[in-house]
Design a protein around this ligand. Structure first.
Ligand code: TRP
Length: 454
C-alpha cells in the first residue's frame, strides 16, 4: 500500500525520509557557501542577529504555510493554488516560483560545479604546501576559465536530473537519507580546527559580536533573502515536498526541526570559516569565492587534511544535489501534472532549459564578466532577483494566502492532522502569518528601495 495514499502519486515513505529530504533541500550551498560570504559582506554579528530573528519570526511560519498548502493541495505549486483557490489568480505565486526556480538553478549549478572541480583538486592533493595567496590564485584561474566551469556545471545538472528521474521515493528520499548526517560530523571537525588556529578569536568576534552601526536597509534585505534562500522557502519547493508528505505526519515539527537544523549548520559553517579567515588574514567581505579560498587553507593546516578535503568537497557536492533536486522538482512536478508530459521528458526539458540560463551565469565570471546590469554581473542579477526579491515576495503572498484566503478550519485541519494532534501555538502562528510577516516583509522591501525610511 502506498503510504502517500493519494491517487497513486509518488511520495515519501517515512518520517525520517521526509526530514532528510526536506532538510536535504534546506541544507546546501546556501549554508556553507552563501551564508559565510553574505555574513562577511554585511558586517558580521549584527547581520547574524537579524538573520536569526527572521528565521524564527518569518522563516518557520512561511515554511509551515508552504507545508500546509502542499499537503492540502496535493499538487505542484501552480496546481495547488489553482485547486485551493479555483478561479482566482493566486496561481501567480506558482508562476513566480517557477521563474525563481530557473534563476536559482542557473547560479546554483555554477557554484555546485566549482565544488566538483574542488573534489578533483583535493583528490590530486593540489592544496598541499600552497600559501593562501597561491590558493587564491588557483581559484581565480579556475573560475575565470571557460571550459572546466562549464563542464562541471553540465555534470552537476546531469546528476540533479538523474535523481529527479528516479522519482521521489527511490531518488530524492533514498539519497538524502544516507548522506545528510555525514556532512554535519565533518563540519564539526573543521570548526574545531578553525577555532584552534592562532589568531582565530578575531573571526569569532566578527561572527558573534554585533556592531549595530553596520545595520542598514540593505543588510535587512540581505538577511531576509538569505533566510529564505537557506530554508528553501518562497518559491514552492516546500509546497511541492509538502504534497509528498502523507497525512499522519506532524507538519509543525517538520518545519521546526528542519529550520533549526538548517540554522545550526549555517552557524557551524560560520564557525568553521571566520576564525580561519582572520587567522589567514583574508578579507571576510570578498564575496562568492570566500570558501574556495578559505577551506583549502584550513585543510592544509590539519593532520589528515588530504582526506578531510576530499570527503568535505564530496559531501558539499552531495548537499548541493539534495538541494538542487528540490529546485528542479518544482519545475518538473509542474510540467508533469499541468502540461501532462512524462516525468522523463519533463526532467530533460527542464534541466536543459535551466542549464541554458546557467551557462550565462557561469560565463559571467569570465567572458561575460563585463556585462553590467545595474552594477551587478549576470550572476549578481540572478541571485539578487531570485533571493532578495522573488523569494520574499513569494513568501509574502504565501502567508497572506494561508492567513487570509484559506479557510481557518482547513488550515487547522492540516496542522492538527484532522484533529488527531493538539495544536499548540496556533494563535501565535495565525497572528504571525496574518499580520506580522506580511507587514515585516513589506517594510523591509519598501525600506530597501528607499520609499520608506526607517
Ligand atoms: N536552501 C538551499 C540551500 O541552502 C537551496 C535551495 C533549495 C533553495 N531549494 C530552494 C533556495 C528553494 C530557494 C528556494 O542551499
Amino acid at each position: 500500500m502506498s503510504l502517500s495514499g493519494n491517487d497513486g502519486r509518488d511520495g515519501f515513505t517515512s518520517k525520517f525520509g521526509i526530514l532528510c529530504a526536506t532538510a536535504g533541500s534546506a541544507i546546501g550551498l546556501g549554508n556553507i557557501w552563501r551564508f559565510p560570504y553574505v555574513v562577511g559582506e554585511n558586517g558580521g554579528g549584527a547581520f547574524l542577529l537579524v538573520y536569526l530573528g527572521f528565521i524564527l519570526l518569518l522563516g518557520i511560519p512561511v515554511m509551515l504555510s508552504e507545508l500546509v498548502i502542499g499537503r492540502r493541495g496535493q499538487r505542484n505549486t501552480f496546481g495547488a493554488f489553482r485547486k485551493l483557490a479555483p478561479g482566482k489568480p493566486w496561481w501567480i505565486i506558482g508562476v513566480m516560483g517557477i521563474a525563481a526556480a530557473f534563476m536559482i538553478l542557473a547560479f546554483y549549478s555554477t557554484i555546485a560545479g566549482w565544488t566538483l572541480e574542488y573534489i578533483v583538486k583535493s583528490f590530486a592533493n593540489a592544496f598541499q604546501g600552497q600559501s593562501s595567496e597561491s590558493l587564491a590564485e588557483m581559484f581565480r584561474e579556475f573560475h575565470t576559465g571557460i571550459f572546466w566551469p562549464l563542464f562541471w556545471q553540465v555534470i552537476f545538472m546531469i546528476m540533479t536530473a538523474w535523481i529527479i528521474l528516479a522519482g521521489v521515493k527511490k531518488g530524492i528520499e533514498k539519497y538524502a537519507k544516507i548522506l545528510m548526517p555525514f556532512l554535519v560530523g565533518l563540519l564539526l571537525i573543521m570548526a574545531i580546527r578553525s577555532i584552534t588556529l592562532p589568531g582565530a578569536m578575531g573571526g569569532l568576534q566578527f561572527l558573534f559580536k554585533p556592531d549595530f552601526s553596520e545595520l542598514t536597509a540593505g543588510v535587512f534585505l540581505a538577511a531576509l533573502g538569505q533566510a529564505f534562500f537557506s530554508l528553501s522557502i518562497g518559491m514552492g519547493a516546500i509546497i511541492t515536498y509538502g504534497s509528498y508528505i502523507s497525512k499522519g505526519n506532524n507538519l509543525t515539527t517538520i518545519a521546526a526541526e528542519v529550520s533549526i537544523a538548517d540554522t545550526l549548520i549555517a552557524i557551524l559553517a560560520g564557525v568553521a570559516i571566520f576564525p580561519a579567515v582572520f587567522a589567514f588574514n583574508l578579507d571576510p567581505a570578498e564575496g562568492p569565492g570566500l570558501i574556495f579560498h578559505v577551506l583549502p587553507s584550513i585543510f592544509q593546516q590539519m593532520p589528515g587534511g588530504y582526506f578531510f578535503a576530499v570527503i568535505f568537497f564530496v559531501l558539499l557536492a552531495i548537499a548541493a544535489v539534495t538541494s538542487s533536486i528540490s529546485i528542479l522538482e518544482v519545475v518538473v512536478a509542474f510540467v508533469v501534472e499541468e502540461l501532462k508530459i512524462s516525468r522523463r521528458k519533463a526532467t530533460i526539458m527542464s534541466a536543459t532549459a535551466a542549464l541554458f540560463v546557467g551557462v550565462f551565469c557561469t560565463l559571467s565570471f569570465s567572458s561575460l564578466g563585463n556585462v553590467n546590469i545595474g552594477g551587478l554581473t549576470i550572476f549578481g542579477v540572478l541571485d539578487f532577483t531570485a533571493s532578495n526579491i522573488l523569494l520574499p515576495l513569494g513568501g509574502l503572498l504565501i502567508v497572506i494566502f494561508v492567513g487570509w484566503v484559506m479557510m481557518a478550519a482547513d488550515v487547522k485541519d492540516e496542522l492538527s492532522n484532522a484533529g488527531a494532534l493538539k495544536i499548540r501555538l496556533y494563535s501565535a502562528f495565525n497572528f504571525i502569518i496574518k499580520f506580522i510577516a506580511p507587514v515585516a516583509i513589506a517594510i523591509i522591501f519598501l525600506n530597501s528601495i528607499g520609499i520608506l525610511k526607517i
